[in-house]
Design a protein around this ligand. Structure first.
Ligand code: FES
Ligand SMILES: [Fe+2]
Length: 449
């Protein structure tokens, strides 16, 4: 029984080394761990959790922080005879294998082979696989692609701005889904909002986004391409007459859900392997009159980890049970519904991968179709030796990247003014729209959907 329906599907669902989608991922900087989880900062060197095993894009790696505080990422298995470097010893300038003491610096150079005779040349003949790292905003990023294609680190404003409070998640949300693309399709899936996250939590059937109701025309909704990927904007009804919800969410390649609200932020869905994704998140909350916004203060008091269910058993979704079990303490925020919706899309007859030939797509699936189209285009670009979408080089790479993700409560005309504005004009408009200066707009708290 073939695992894949056709070659095209196969290209879109595997992310290991030398796979087409895997090569696309390997042209971007990806978060691989949360700084706080690695520990071992200068002063507490080498730290309790140092080194750490991380699995990224189906590669087993070991992350360590040397005495200078710099994080480094090496292939897990020792180049001598394969022992895991997870059990190695972190020293001032290296990670030393416990078996025969081979010592590796952060670039994968073998700097000591203590069991070899003096003058041995062996260490100069070996280069251990390693990947460059960059640490910012409480996250450690790595670039797993070819050195001659390495791009400058992308300067998203939420990672670099200093005029506010930054909240970094704990990396504890591990999501199982048939393929990484399912998770990214969901970023551009507008219509599940009212249904999955409302109706199936005991709220009324879909009403805020509609195809025409109570004499109103259909809710304004559009999907468009951006310099980084794609986005949607919709204008939804709210319980208040005359107040509308302007919602703009961006899918930023390769795997970022960029959401607006008073804490605008990036949520990366980084594939651990073909069936598992790990979420990392950073949100940035600009200060208002030198004070944090009230919802940030609430977030800091909230005992729930930012990224949800750390330390839950692998089968926690099954243990929580069916839809009526709304009060289960493991159901946290919006996560449970999305996990079930995506996690059950696989087909056991296809080794758990989705069987796309049995799906029936409609008008509401336009975001997903755009996502697939974009992925096919990036696969082609990478094959041709070009940068995929969103890679910025040269002087332009020094500028902050301002993705105009936003959520506002507005009157209909004002919402439509933004809806019809060009992307460039919205970037300019939103970069001045702090919650304080936005006039009648009320920025909504970030909602995880
Ligand atoms: S296996 Fe690592 S030093 Fe021998
Ligand atoms: Fe969702």
């Amino acid at each position: 029984m073939p695992v894949f329906m056709n070659e095209e599907e196969k290209e879109l669902i595997q992310i290991g080394p030398a796979t087409p989608s895997g090569e696309v991922f390997r042209r971007y900087w990806l978060p691989v761990e949360v700084s706080a989880n690695l520990g071992g900062k200068p002063g507490s060197f080498p730290g309790f959790n140092n080194p750490l095993r991380v699995r990224v894009l189906s590669e087993d790696l070991v992350l360590f922080r040397d005495g200078s505080g710099k994080p480094s990422l090496l292939a897990e298995h020792c180049s001598h005879r394969g022992t895991s470097l997870l059990y190695g010893r972190v020293e001032e300038n290296c990670l030393r294998c416990l078996y025969h003491g081979w010592a590796y610096d952060g670039e994968g150079n073998v700097i000591d082979t203590p069991a070899e005779p003096p003058g041995s040349n062996l260490k100069h003949t070996v280069r251990h696989p390693s990947y460059p790292c960059f640490e910012v905003a409480g996250l450690i990023f790595a670039y797993l692609g070819p050195q001659d294609k390495i791009p400058p680190f992308p300067r998203y404003e939420e990672l670099f701005r200093e005029d506010g409070v930054r909240l970094t998640g704990n990396g504890g949300r591990i999501q199982k889904s048939p393929a990484f693309l399912q998770t990214l399709d969901n970023v551009l899936d507008v219509w599940h909002r009212d249904i999955l996250h409302g109706w199936f939590k005991g709220m009324p059937p879909r009403t805020t986004l509609h195809w025409g109701q109570n004499g109103e025309p259909a809710s304004p909704l559009k999907y468009e391409r951006s310099p980084w990927g794609a986005y949607y904007i919709y204008i939804a009804n709210t319980p208040k007459a005359g107040v509308y919800h302007y919602h703009e969410t961006h899918a930023v390649f390769p795997c970022v859900r960029h959401v607006g609200g008073s804490g605008k932020g990036l949520h990366w869905a980084v594939p651990i392997d073909d069936h598992t994704t790990r979420w990392f998140s950073v949100s940035f909350h600009p200060t208002v009159d030198s004070h944090p916004q009230t919802d940030v203060a609430q977030s800091l008091l909230d005992p729930r980890p930012m990224d949800g269910h750390a330390n839950l058993p692998d089968d926690w979704v099954e243990q929580v049970g069916r839809w009526w079990n709304l009060g289960h303490p493991w159901r946290q925020g919006q996560i449970w519904e999305d996990e079930v919706a995506m996690g059950t899309q696989g087909d056991p007859a296809h080794d758990g991968f989705p069987d796309w030939e049995r799906w029936h797509l409609g008008t509401s699936d336009r975001g997903m179709m755009l996502n697939h189209q974009l992925w096919r285009e990036q696969i082609d670009r990478v094959r041709e030796g070009l940068d995929p979408i969103g890679i910025i080089r040269g002087h332009a790479a020094e500028e902050l990247i301002r993705v105009p993700a936003a959520q506002f409560h507005l009157g209909f005309d004002e919402a439509m003014r933004l809806f019809n504005m060009s992307l460039e004009d919205r970037i300019a408009e939103f970069s001045h729209a702090t919650p304080h200066s936005a006039g009648p707009r009320v920025a909504e708290p970030t909602v995880r959907r």
